[in-house]
Design a protein around this ligand. Structure first.
Ligand code: AMP
Length: 398
């Protein structure tokens, strides 16, 4: 196979990350990576690094809109300073019930995925905007959508189905999960010795856990949207529906328009809750750990809630898997916060999980379990862009 520069686009609610990989004969070489961050602010950041980490672009532009942000990326890629891509892979959190396979993007496919914006309300609007712009600005090359939900498609019906009236289930309301590309990348990195019974905890600003049996997803904590599952930076995670009804009725007292009231409830549940809501301080684990050192009780409660919930989910997934061979931590907190790892594992001794305090004092890839632990515990950073490139290469060769 000849060499193929492939562009990966990965957008968040206020950022666009991208990378260019050279893909040839099974080799994957990252050539460049970059990001525009701070969309909606007067002082954003825009940088591009080469493979050695040298900054080729380093700017602090005003980023009033996502159009301004994406134009910076597109202009740089068109400048001739970087290799022209032969294909683009777009990360997409959810394509709804009708778009579940990674595939080539057409204008009709984008319209179809956009119908299910409510399934990933923080992510879908910017992702579909960028797909339309990429089709317009790079008309001669194929664009592919690579879905987070793809990894979770193997979940059995009993895990996917929600206990709701059938009429809503028929509208596509069920559990899809998220962070699937990260999970896929952990399984990929564990090859060829992927343990039969594996739990991966992706703990970042968004956090979720998956039970993986024989390399396939058996169950995952996130549900219809990334707001479900375990508590995360600004999201509730799973919660008694009565709590949402209580808050909705409170909001309705001053917001009679039902659509506006629903939007306000969404903001409460997905942007103001979680670690931020409980601590009233920050959604960032580093801030919370600093605050705990100064005796901040709300920060302590927020972090305890986080680690306690994760330990509970791990316990329930061990029951589903009927045992456990390996636990993997990934994501910004999973990779870097040894205190969270220690606190989560502290209550899991009965499941055969024993951490080694010295080994756990690490950032990045490592085995952190003690020799006598029945379950191997590892830290593995995700390699999402690599998985997107692999899918694009596979789809290009079809
Ligand atoms: P992500 O969404 O994967 O980028 O992860 C973001 C989360 O990782 C934030 O809560 C950060 O505070 C956390 N994080 C990143 N670096 C560290 C660190 N050195 N110690 C503790 N938490 C960290």
């Amino acid at each position: 196979m000849s060499s193929l520069p492939i562009l990966v686009l990965n957008s968040g609610s206020s950022s666009i990350k991208f990378s260019v990989y050279e893909a040839a004969d099974g080799q994957r070489l990252k050539l460049h990576e970059g990001a525009v961050d701070g969309i909606g602010t007067d002082l954003g950041t825009f940088w591009i690094k080469d493979a050695a980490g040298k900054k080729l672009v380093d700017q602090t532009p005003a980023l009033p809109t996502r159009a301004v942000a994406f134009a910076l990326v597109a202009d740089a890629l068109h400048s001739g300073d970087f290799p022209a891509p032969v294909a683009i892979g777009h990360r997409m959190v959810s394509g709804g019930p009708t778009v579940q396979d990674n595939q080539r993007i057409t204008p009709e496919l984008i319209d179809e995925m956009e119908k299910y914006t409510a399934f990933a309300p923080l992510h879908t609007p910017i992702a579909v905007y960028i797909m339309r712009e990429a089709l317009r600005l790079f008309p001669s090359i194929p664009n592919f959508v690579i879905l987070d939900t793809y990894f979770h498609r193997t979940m059995p019906e009993v895990a996917r189905h929600m206990p709701i009236p059938s009429e809503y289930a028929e509208m596509g309301v069920r559990r899809y999960g998220a962070h699937g590309i990260s999970y896929e990348s952990i399984v990929y990195q564990l090859q060829p010795d992927v343990p039969q019974k594996l739990i991966v905890a992706h703990l970042g600003n968004g956090a979720s856990i998956s039970a993986i049996r024989n390399s396939e997803c058996l169950d995952t904590s996130m549900g219809l949207t990334p707001t479900g599952g375990i508590i995360s930076g600004t999201r509730t995670g799973d919660i008694d529906p009565g709590v949402l009804l209580f808050i909705l009725r409170k909001i309705a007292e001053t917001t009679p328009n039902s659509t506006e009231a629903a939007d306000k409830l969404e903001t409460v549940a997905s942007k103001k809750a979680g670690l931020l809501g409980v601590s009233e301080l920050s959604n960032d684990m580093r801030d919370l750990r600093d605050a705990i050192k100064t005796g901040n009780a709300k920060a302590r409660l927020a972090v305890d809630k986080f680690t306690w919930t994760i330990a509970k989910w791990i316990g329930s997934f061990v029951a589903e898997l009927n045992g456990l061979d390996m636990l993997v931590f990934t994501g910004g907190i999973g990779e870097n916060d040894m205190d969270s790892r220690a606190e989560i594992c502290a209550g899991l001794g009965a499941l055969g999980i024993v951490l080694d305090a010295t080994r756990n004092n690490v950032r990045g890839k490592a085995v952190i379990s003690a020799e006598n632990s029945q379950v191997k515990v590892r830290v593995i950073p995700p390699a999402e862009d690599l998985i997107i490139v692999n899918h694009v290469v596979r789809l290009l060769s079809k």
